[in-house]
Design a protein around this ligand. Structure first.
Ligand SMILES: Nc1ncnc2c1ncn2[C@@H]1O[C@H](COP(=O)(O)OP(=O)(O)OP(=O)(O)O)[C@@H](O)[C@H]1O
Ligand SMILES: [Mg+2]
Length: 351
């Protein structure tokens, strides 16, 4: 929220003006009285001079003390509060908030500074929480496959294992290693994409072929799960974009569609050119998602159904969203629990 500081928002205390005026008037009046009195009493000029010098030194001293007291209230105390708060923030306490000095409506620039400082501390706190959450999520995701590897490696050491057991254990180790490797690849990708400020280098390529190729990569899965496939990919849809990044998008959306669809289900993929826009839809007849899950699917490490949490790390759709933002498209989801989900990506063909 932007705040404006009115001209009456000056910090100069009006009381100082009145204190100085009153003290000067009173002391001048008194000094005139003293001078007249001393002349009437016919005191020696040297004594009169000394008394006046002493009088003005005393008057200046009192005036300075009064101004100092006002300045302390106006500047020192609030700045001391700000300084204490920033010290606490520097030592890692992001819960501090500084109270404004004046009520809303009669605030000056120091109140605005306090308000902005509070907003800054809150923002720093949320970044810190995000960082801590990220580190604990990564550690958790790394720990799980490592303990799987550790357990199966121990089991493999047993001398009397059947051939079947030996195969099962080594497959479990290899799956866990693959999971670790895909986790690290996704984290590195996401990190690189989050730091990428510039638009990716766009080249013209055939989106129809790219989608078909990605789809073919899942042949073994749709055969194994007996999934019916409905491809409706228009031929020769050419697009100017980053092919490498878009491959990541299709692979993540397709891998989810095949992963969350039961045996005997259906997966449809369509590509249509609608004016300047390429519309890609990936639909499945899988488990679908609740409205609550849909709200979070693009968050890092979010996995809706915990029973499936062993598959993947919840980074796929975070990557998809980031890439679609970078290439300047949109991604939308429609899903009904128990019926399936549909992801729609729209991309401008001449980026
Ligand atoms: N097609 C889908 N059908 C049902 N649920 C889905 C679908 N796509 C995504 N989800 C839900 O969204 C969550 C996040 O998806 P995302 O792709 O980010 O992670 P993941 O697939 O669990 O793991 P990863 O992609 O890292 O392997 C999933 O765990 C799942 O709950
Ligand atoms: Mg996924």
């Amino acid at each position: 929220m932007k705040r404006s500081v009115s001209s009456s928002g000056s910090r100069f205390p009006k009381s100082i003006f009145w204190i100085v005026l009153a003290v000067l008037l009173v002391t001048s009046g008194i000094s005139v009285g003293i001078i007249v009195g001393m002349q009437e009493a016919e005191w020696a000029p040297i004594i009169q001079t000394h008394i006046m010098v002493f009088y003005w030194i005393l008057a200046s001293f009192i005036l300075t003390l009064l101004i100092r007291a006002r300045m302390k209230v106006t500047y020192d105390q609030p700045l001391q509060k700000i300084s204490d708060a920033t010290k606490r923030v520097a030592s890692g306490d992001f819960s501090v908030r500084i109270d404004p000095i004046h009520e809303e409506g009669s605030q000056d620039y120091l109140d605005v500074m306090i308000h902005d400082l509070n907003a800054m501390i809150a923002e720093l706190g949320s970044i810190e929480t995000l960082k801590t959450d990220f580190v604990s999520n990564v550690s958790h995701e790394i720990k799980t496959p490592i303990s799987v590897i550790q357990n199966y490696a121990q089991l493999l050491q047993s001398p009397d294992l059947t051939e079947q057991e030996r195969n099962d254990y080594s497959r479990a180790i290899s799956d866990a290693a693959m999971r670790l490797s895909s986790l690290i690849t996704n984290i590195l990708r996401l990190n690189r994409l989050e730091n990428q400020k510039l638009a990716p280098s766009a080249v013209e390529f055939d989106l129809s072929s790219q989608l078909t190729e990605c789809l073919l990569g899942y042949e073994s899965i749709w055969e194994e799960k007996n999934i019916e496939l409905n491809p409706e990919i228009e031929d020769d849809v050419r697009i100017r974009s980053d092919p490498e990044l878009l491959t990541i998008v299709w692979n993540n959306l397709l891998s989810n569609a095949f992963k969350f669809t039961e045996e005997g289900g259906t997966v449809s993929i369509s590509l249509k050119e609608d004016g300047d826009t390429a519309v890609i839809k990936i639909r499945d007849s899988g488990c679908g998602m609740s409205t609550e899950t849909v709200k979070h699917i693009f968050d890092k490490f979010y996995q809706g159904d915990t029973s499936r949490a062993t598959q993947g790390n919840g980074l796929g759709l975070a990557l998809v969203k980031r890439i679609i933002d970078i290439v300047g498209g949109t991604v939308q989801v429609e899903s009904t629990p128990g019926e399936g989900s549909e992801f729609t990506v729209r991309l401008n063909v001449n980026n």
